[in-house]
Design a protein. Structure first.
Lengths: 340, 744, 173
């Protein structure tokens, strides 16, 4: 960890100003990812703008029926918030599927969006990595890439976004509220994270100095028919190999609206709107789900040790859509979908 | 009846209150004055040379005390033998900072010493080191042809016995045959506590090293030889160890580096490795096993061949007994066992819980399952038909062996009779595929030389001590039980001390021999003390024991009394007070009774029954139920022994389903070198585990009749999981761990 | 052959100086402490190396094992992934604040009774985590407790005992 100074911001404008006045500075929320990266010398800020006293921890209902999640509300408080549980149970389940209770108590909603990849090579300074050190090469391509992506990868990078929460968010399609040196703006969630292309060092579309202040969820929460399915190498406290967030609206057995997003497969939470459109108007049958699943992975490309993710993703999509259609899932205090 | 019978009872850990309150002191937690902090810099390359170290840039930082590297390490011991520890394999032990040569990725190449931990960590991150890289070879698969038979060299290693019968011919002629290769990846011990040494500088070249180790004497002899220290000037202490599993059998480079720095700087130093660096000093080797079994029409084994190959470093011949067990677990007249190792550019592997046997039982016990299916037999029935009454490897009877009772009692308790043989034929209540598998193993019951001393004071408090270790096995507790029972004292009156080279010598804590070795020494020492107490008791006024012989008396309930007439007794505390002695002491050293043991094969056994559920679409496996039946002589403490077996099962589940350290051969480097990507089981992975002890009376193994329990419980667990997965799905996974992708 | 033979972050421009220290006030187990530390000191290292409260353990230093779990305003967190300077004004509870060998906390007693540990190194973190679980009041069944105790790795594999110990205390609530 390199030397840095620390200041604690008390207002958003102060935080933005403080950040702008320090080159190589970072915002510090819960710290669960940034401090880890600093210990690994992957992140090397010289100044940290402490956010944890900013008044951004509230969760409140919006006039349009949506829900605003403060950027500094913790993942745990968000998952267990009454409105989240009753109206966005998919988000509740996705958050609780991630990390551990301790990490969810510290990690913030804004920080969850800012998480960086768990690619082995990104974390290990002994190996080249284009995301960490642009132009040095991608070691995961042709290397050990079990955790890496199969969709939207590039020749520069096959890393994945590690979040569970963001997979549910991708399905729910909130807008991301940001404040920056040039004022406030909103970013559609789908536009927030980006694909690696030839700039894998850039995870998202934030402008320099911009701070996430909150997320506005639209009113529609798919609270009746949803599923968050997470597959990983142990039953808990592990990153997803593949995860699926599915939300359906049904009239009888006919799908009238659908959301489908995947985790563990791409540089960003992978929402597939074409697949969603394919589902609309179709009967909620296994046959429909299989066709949609095949479409989602049609362009998927394995890289050796992650080849299996293509088939796994397909099967997981079918299962998640089936669970969503059955509609017997509920928000809970504990994510137990990996039970025997 | 006595109130001081403790042996066999489920006594709660005497060190429990210290551990649950955080007051137990581990190596990094000794507070010493004027301490500097070390931080190790590790090599990013697997092979090559250091060409330049820019230490000056880092030394310019205020607060950085020194940068140690091969460029400035003082002249130390010259010969390889000085670097040999008690369990070093054959070859030349690795010497940290010895020269510019890089022999493995993550090799320690420099030690930063600074005024505080954060500064040392920072300085390590900015120390510029230039390397000249050379081609490395880290793939065992590509080195199959270069495997060779190692010589003896490492303590405890036995080359496979000579072949018996005619295994090739018997295999060809048998009606049922199988052959297959089994593979598992490298695994790392990963005890929770990071390797640490706190070296207290006591002035004038004297040090105390608080070191995470499974053997303080092993570390002491290592350090004294290398640094030319007198034993009295190099005390090594480890009162609590946050898990070992073999990782602490050999002195680690952290100990060497911390002591080097302390002696050079004449200052106390603490060095703690990082979790990443916990992947830099030894592992259970990646092992390839080839098995070839044949069965006769009656379900008896006609032939058995088991060959194993695993890696070692370029500089040492690491060996473990992988295949020998296959010659003794089942009755078979035609057996051939082979064992080879191959050199790679990596660090020497290191004994890891049930070394050899944990690996070998994967091959043997999956192969036995395959053979049973090929012969159309229930896998347990197949084992029963091939029960070994004698150890055919050495042609001796077992001193005791109640494995058959384990089979029967375990099967009954598990409900094995409800199993249907066909793969995919059983489902659980939710309609999920369910499979039941069986496996097991055999492990050495060993006793080593150990010494202890004991003293009792006039207030009736007993202190017993020896330099063994406590790494979670329950040493404090079982030794206190033995001492208390031997002298008839309440356990609260006993203090047991360990982990200090100022105490009598005990063996390394490994091999499941601590209970037998140290326990025998404690018992013998307390008995010797008892004899002294008895003599004093006879001198008391109107002593009811005046005319008794020592064999006629017993220590119980705080008294010394006649066995035949409990009313003829003296209170223990009164004896010392009457004698006027403030304190009474005894010591003793116990060796195994070779004469008694010689005619027998001394082993513990187990069988484990496993239930899994498998999601056939998604490939997820859950181990929902385990029963482990263990025959390991006498059980000293049902509570701590049960915990050891529970832990072994968790290890087996980890080995079966998730544990694997993955090497990227391009870099010659383990890539998942952390707890996020090297998965060990978490609480949610573990469901019902039942432990059954079938006790054996055995006065041949040692006077206490114990065989040790730390390793046997792990045997066959991983194989039983894989066998259960086969039973559930019909998919035979021969490449562990069984992860999702292998079941799609 | 990869040509990436350095793991150093330094460059010819030289090495930045260590950061200055400043006083940081922490409230731990009801006691106020003032530490003179730089911002780069984690809460975990502050507890262990500066305050000698070594009951909180370092098992991985990366939020991957839970051995460093402490309670901040009653909520369990990994102290290794938090800077000490972030916690001015917070109430921090460590294992030392729960009980003593002579006066064990109910969770500590339950851990001893159920032999819910072996080497003891993960144990303070397990117990602080269990207290956090009880404060949260979200996990009650065996499956729920297993899941909500999964942020604490126990390499000795004492999970059966841990489950039983935590369940016993949860049930008594």
């Amino acid at each position: 960890m390199n030397p840095f100074t620390y200041s604690r911001a008390t207002a958003v404008a102060d935080a933005v100003r403080d950040k702008a006045s320090h080159p190589d500075s970072e915002y510090l929320g819960g710290g669960t990812n940034l401090i880890d990266l600093m210990k690994e010398n992957v992140a090397r800020p010289t100044h940290l703008v402490g956010l944890n006293k900013l008044p951004l921890a509230d969760i409140e209902t919006l006039p349009d029926g949506g829900l605003r999640l403060g950027a500094l509300a913790t993942n745990a408080d968000t998952a267990w918030h009454d409105e989240v549980k009753s109206r966005y149970p998919l988000l509740n389940q996705a958050i609780l599927a991630g990390a551990s209770p301790q990490l969810r108590n510290a990690a913030t909603n804004g920080g969850n969006l800012m998480q960086r990849t768990r690619c082995y090579y990104f974390y290990d300074l002994a190996t080249p990595c284009n995301k960490r050190e642009p132009g040095s090469g991608c070691s995961a391509i042709g290397g050990y890439n079990r955790v890496c992506g199969i969709l939207g990868t590039s020749e520069s990078c096959i890393a994945t976004h590690p979040s569970d929460m963001c997979v549910a968010l991708a399905a729910l399609a909130p807008t991301v509220r940001v404040s920056g040196p040039n004022g406030d703006r909103t970013i559609a969630f789908d536009d927030f994270h980006r694909l690696p292309g030839n700039q894998p060092e850039k995870d998202n579309t934030l402008e320099p100095g911009e701070l996430i202040t909150g997320l506005d969820l639209p009113a529609k929460g798919f609270e009746k028919n949803f599923s968050y399915l997470k597959l990983r190498d142990r039953s808990s406290y592990a990153f997803a190999l593949v995860s699926v967030a599915a939300g359906l609206e049904l009239e009888g057995n006919t799908i009238t609206d659908a959301r489908l997003a995947l985790g563990g497969v791409a540089h960003k939470p992978w929402r597939d709107q074409e697949a969603e459109n394919m589902l609309k108007g179709q009967p909620a049958t296994e046959d429909t789900f299989r066709r949609v699943a095949a479409k989602v992975v049609a362009d998927a490309k394995g890289h050796g040790s992650n080849d299996f993710k293509i088939e796994l993703a397909k099967r997981a999509i079918v299962r998640a859509l089936k669970q969503a259609a059955e509609g017997n899932q509920h928000a809970a205090d504990v994510f137990l979908n990996s039970n025997p | 009846m006595s109130t001081t019978n403790y042996i066999g009872k489920p006594t709660s850990r005497v060190d429990g209150p210290a551990k649950v309150t955080g007051t137990a002191t581990y190596a990094a937690e000794y507070q010493v004055a004027n301490m500097a902090y070390g931080y190790v810099v590790s090599s990013p390359i697997a092979k090559g040379k250091i060409t330049k170290i820019h230490a000056d840039e880092v030394l310019a930082l205020p607060g950085v005390v020194q940068v140690f590297s091969h460029e400035n390490v003082p002249s130390l011991a010259w010969f390889d033998r000085s670097y040999k520890d008690l369990v070093a394999p054959g070859g030349s032990p690795f010497r940290a900072l010895h020269d510019a040569e890089i022999k493995f990725s993550q090799q320690p190449v420099a030690l930063i010493v600074a005024e505080n931990f954060e500064l040392a960590r920072y300085a390590a991150s900015v120390l510029r080191i230039e390397y000249q890289q050379e081609d490395h070879e880290t793939s065992l698969e590509t080195q199959r042809a270069k495997g060779y038979e190692p010589g003896a060299g490492k303590t405890g290693f036995q080359p496979p016995p000579a072949p018996r019968g005619n295994p090739d011919k018997a295999w060809e002629e048998a009606p049922h045959r199988m052959e297959a290769e089994y593979v598992h990846g490298a695994q790392h011990h990963n005890p929770m506590e990071l390797f640490t040494t706190t070296v207290e500088w006591r002035g004038e070249g004297k040090i105390t090293a608080y070191d995470k180790t499974q053997g303080v004497y092993n570390v002491q002899q290592y350090l004294t030889k290398i640094f030319g220290l007198k034993k009295d000037d190099c005390r090594v202490v480890n009162e609590y160890m946050g898990g070992g599993f073999g990782a602490g059998l050999r002195p680690q480079y952290s100990a060497f580096l911390a002591v080097l720095a302390a002696l050079e700087l004449k200052r106390s130093v603490r060095l703690t490795l990082t979790r990443e660096q916990m992947f830099s000093f030894g592992h259970r080797p990646h092992t390839l096993q080839y098995l070839k079994l044949a069965a006769n029409a009656d379900g008896t084994l006609a032939a058995l061949q088991h060959h194993a190959l695993h890696e070692t470093s370029q500089f040492e011949d690491y060996t473990e007994n992988v295949v020998n067990w296959s010659g003794m677990l089942y009755q078979c007249e035609n057996v051939k066992l082979g064992y080879q190792i191959a050199k790679l550019d990596m660090y020497t592997p290191l004994d890891m819980r049930a070394p050899g046997a944990a690996s070998g039982s994967i091959g043997l016990e999956i192969a036995m399952d395959e053979m049973a299916y090929a012969a159309g037999l229930d896998p347990l029935e197949f084992r029963l038909r091939n029960y070994a009454e004698r150890d055919q490897n050495v042609d001796k009877p077992f001193s005791s062996k109640k494995l058959r009772d384990c089979y029967h009692q375990g099967a009954a308790k598990f409900g094995w009779d409800k199993r249907t043989q066909a793969p995919g034929s059983m489902r659980n209540g939710d309609g999920k595929l369910m499979g039941w598998g069986v496996g097991g193993g055999v492990w050495d019951a060993t006793q080593q030389k150990a010494a202890a001393k004991a003293s009792i004071t006039a207030d009736g408090k007993l202190t017993v001590s020896t330099a063994t270790g406590e790494n979670g096995t329950g040493t404090y507790t079982i030794m206190s039980q033995i001492a208390a029972e031997t002298l008839g004292l309440p356990i609260e009156a006993v203090t047991f001390k360990l982990g200090d080279t100022d105490l009598p010598e005990s063996p390394l804590q490994g091999g499941s021999w601590t209970a037998a070795s140290v326990g025998s020494a404690v018992q013998s020492t307390c008995a010797a003390l008892g004899e002294k107490i008895f003599k004093l008791a006879q001198k008391m006024d109107d002593s009811p024991l005046r005319d008794a012989k020592f064999e006629d008396v017993e220590f119980a309930s705080g008294q010394l009394r006649l066995r035949a007439d409990h009313s003829q007794a003296v209170v223990l505390r009164d004896v010392l007070q009457a004698s006027g002695e403030a304190k009474l002491e005894a010591d003793s050293s116990v060796m195994p009774n070779m004469v008694k043991q010689n005619g027998y094969s001394l082993h513990s056994h187990n069988v484990v029954f496993v239930e899994v559920t498998v999601d056939e679409d998604l490939g997820t496996v859950h181990v929902t139920r385990v029963l482990n039946a263990v025959a390991a002589g006498r059980i000293l403490n049902l509570k701590t022994a049960r915990s050891q077996v529970l832990g072994s099962v968790v290890w087996g589940i980890g080995m079966a389903l998730m544990e694997e350290t993955v090497m990227d051969h391009k870099f010659g480097r383990y890539m998942n070198h952390n707890f996020a990507e090297y998965h060990v089981p978490v609480n949610a992975d573990i469901h019902d585990i039942d432990v059954l002890f079938v006790e054996e009376e055995d006065d041949i193994v040692n006077p206490l009749g114990v065989k040790g329990i730390g390793e046997v419980g792990m045997l066959g667990v991983a194989a039983a999981v894989a066998n259960a997965v086969f039973h559930a799905t019909g998919k035979r996974v021969r490449d562990l761990p069984v992860m999702i992708d292998k079941l799609l | 052959m990869p040509q990436h033979p350095t793991n150093s972050l330094a460059n010819a421009a030289g090495v930045a100086a260590p950061p200055p220290t400043s006083p940081v006030q922490l409230t731990i187990n009801g006691q106020q402490h003032t530490l003179q530390i730089a911002p780069w000191t984690t809460l975990l290292d502050a507890l262990r190396e500066y305050l000698h409260l070594t009951g909180t353990k370092k098992g991985c230093d990366h939020g991957q094992c839970g051995a460093c779990t402490v309670l901040v305003d009653g909520k369990r967190i990994n102290s290794c992934l938090s800077l000490a300077v972030m916690h001015e004004g917070d109430e921090i509870t460590t294992i030392e604040g729960l009980g003593t060998p002579e006066n064990l906390h109910p969770l500590q007693q339950a851990f001893v009774d159920h032999d819910a540990f072996q080497c003891g190194y993960c144990t303070p973190g397990q117990i602080c985590s269990a207290q956090g679980l009880i404060n949260e009041d979200r996990a009650h069944t065996e499956a729920e407790i297993r899941e909500h105790m999964s942020g604490n790795v126990c390499r000795c594999g004492a999970y059966v005992g841990i489950l039983n110990a935590v369940k016993e205390v949860v049930d008594k609530k």
